[in-house]
Each structure stands twice: as structure tokens, then as C-alpha cells.
Design a protein around this ligand. Structure first.
Ligand code: E4P
Length: 218
């Protein structure tokens, strides 16, 4: 499973890029607003740090305007993936951009039929929002499982499942077990993946025992 980092903060991306920990980046209009920076400058800077897919979202509602915005965003760097909302207009724009070989990420997916439509429209990625479904008492992980089963039934559906709106480390484990192609993970959760209390206790014990030997390796 690929790891994308879900942020528009350059400093956070730098932190993960140096050890090749992340394969790509996802942004959305809320994350750009939170960063306080210009979308085009931000995406350009991210693309200098990350050579993998970088999702940048259109903000128009109309198909033709989405296509125009998508072309501008993809023009920033060849690895920019155009993120489009799961509406009829978004699907139509997805289909047209896909025909132009511009990669797309259809976002705000909350159901299996929506994921099926996005795949039929030629989406490169589908982004089911698992945390936001959990928030309303519906299992987001179950949705990933449904989409995986549906896409695996048909050789002609090649859309990649990008598990989004991840809120905890258990989400990461569960979507990896199901076989999501990508998880886009907020920086805070990405850092938490390394933590386990038994690792900390075990390391302390090893180092205490080592100190008692008086030995040094160098
Ligand atoms: C990523 O592509 C999504 O925009 C993001 O994961 C949404 O996460 P949220 O539900 O925590 O805002």
C-alpha cells in the first residue's frame, strides 16, 4: 500500500520526504486555506519535494470550468493529479481529463455506487472518506471493503482506491488488510504509526542493562 501525506504544509511534507516515507501528497481547499498560502505556489513547492502524485483540487462547479482549472493545476507539474468532486459535473470533467491523459482523483466518495461511477468515468483514484462516514455512525472501513470487492470483480475497472479521511492508526491497519491501493494519512497519524508502549519499555530495559555492563560499541 502506498502512503500519501494529507497536508498542504510544506514543512510537514519536508519532514517525511527526506527518508522517502511518503509516495505522494493530497491537498484539498480546506487544507490550502489552513496553510494560508497560495494554491499554485504551494502545489509547485510540494512538487519540488515529492516526485509521486500530488493531488490539487478544482473549486469550480461547472464541468468546463473544472476542466480549465484542472488543466491549469496539472500544468504546474506533470505529477499533479486533478482532484474533482463526486458530482455529475465532476464525473464529466473526470472523463474528459482522463481522455486527455491527465490523472484524476475523484473525491468526497461516500458510497459504493459513487465509486463505481467514478471508475466508469475513468478516474485514476477514488477517495472514499472513511473518517467522515464513521462520524455519522457508518463504517468507513466497510465501504473500502465493498469498493475493493466491486473493483476486483471487473478487469476493466482500473481505478485505484485511495482511503481518505483517516483518523487513527487502526484505520491504516484495516485499509491495508483490505487491500486499499493508497492511504492518505495526516502527518500526526503518520508519526503515531511508529509508536508502541512495549517498544519504549523494551528499549529502556535494553539500554539500562547495557549501561550496567560498562561496555561501549565505539
Ligand atoms: C484527502 O484527500 C481528503 O481531502 C482528506 O483525507 C479529508 O480528511 P478529513 O475528513 O479529515 O477532512
Amino acid at each position: 500500500m502506498k502512503f500519501f501525506v494529507d497536508t498542504a504544509e510544506i514543512e510537514e511534507i519536508k519532514e517525511f520526504s527526506y527518508m522517502n516515507l511518503v509516495d505522494g501528497v493530497t491537498t484539498n481547499p480546506s487544507l490550502i486555506a489552513k496553510s494560508g498560502n497560495d494554491i499554485k505556489d504551494t502545489i509547485k513547492k510540494i512538487c519540488t519535494l515529492i516526485s509521486g502524485p500530488v493531488s490539487a483540487e478544482v473549486t469550480a462547479n461547472d464541468t468546463n470550468e473544472m476542466i480549465e482549472e484542472g488543466k491549469i493545476l496539472h500544468g504546474i507539474a506533470p505529477n499533479v493529479v486533478v482532484k474533482l468532486p463526486l458530482t455529475w459535473a465532476g464525473l464529466e470533467a473526470c472523463n474528459k481529463l482522463s481522455n486527455l491523459e491527465i490523472p484524476t482523483n475523484v473525491t468526497l466518495c461516500f458510497s459504493a455506487p459513487q465509486a463505481l461511477l467514478a471508475a466508469k468515468a475513468g478516474a485514476t483514484y477514488i477517495s472514499p472518506f472513511i473518517g467522515r462516514l464513521d462520524d455519522i455512525g457508518i463504517s468507513g472501513v466497510d465501504l473500502i471493503e465493498e469498493i475493493r470487492a466491486i473493483y476486483d470483480n471487473y478487469d476493466d475497472l482500473n481505478t485505484l482506491i485511495l482511503a481518505a479521511s483517516i483518523r487513527n492508526i487502526s484505520h491504516v491497519t484495516q485499509v491495508a488488510m483490505i487491500g486499499a491501493d493508497v492511504a492518505t494519512i495526516p502527518p500526526k497519524i503518520l508519526k503515531e504509526l511508529v509508536k508502541h508502549p512495549l517498544t519504549d519499555i523494551g528499549l529502556k530495559n535494553f539500554l539500562d542493562d547495557w549501561a550496567s555492563t560498562g561496555q561501549k560499541i565505539k
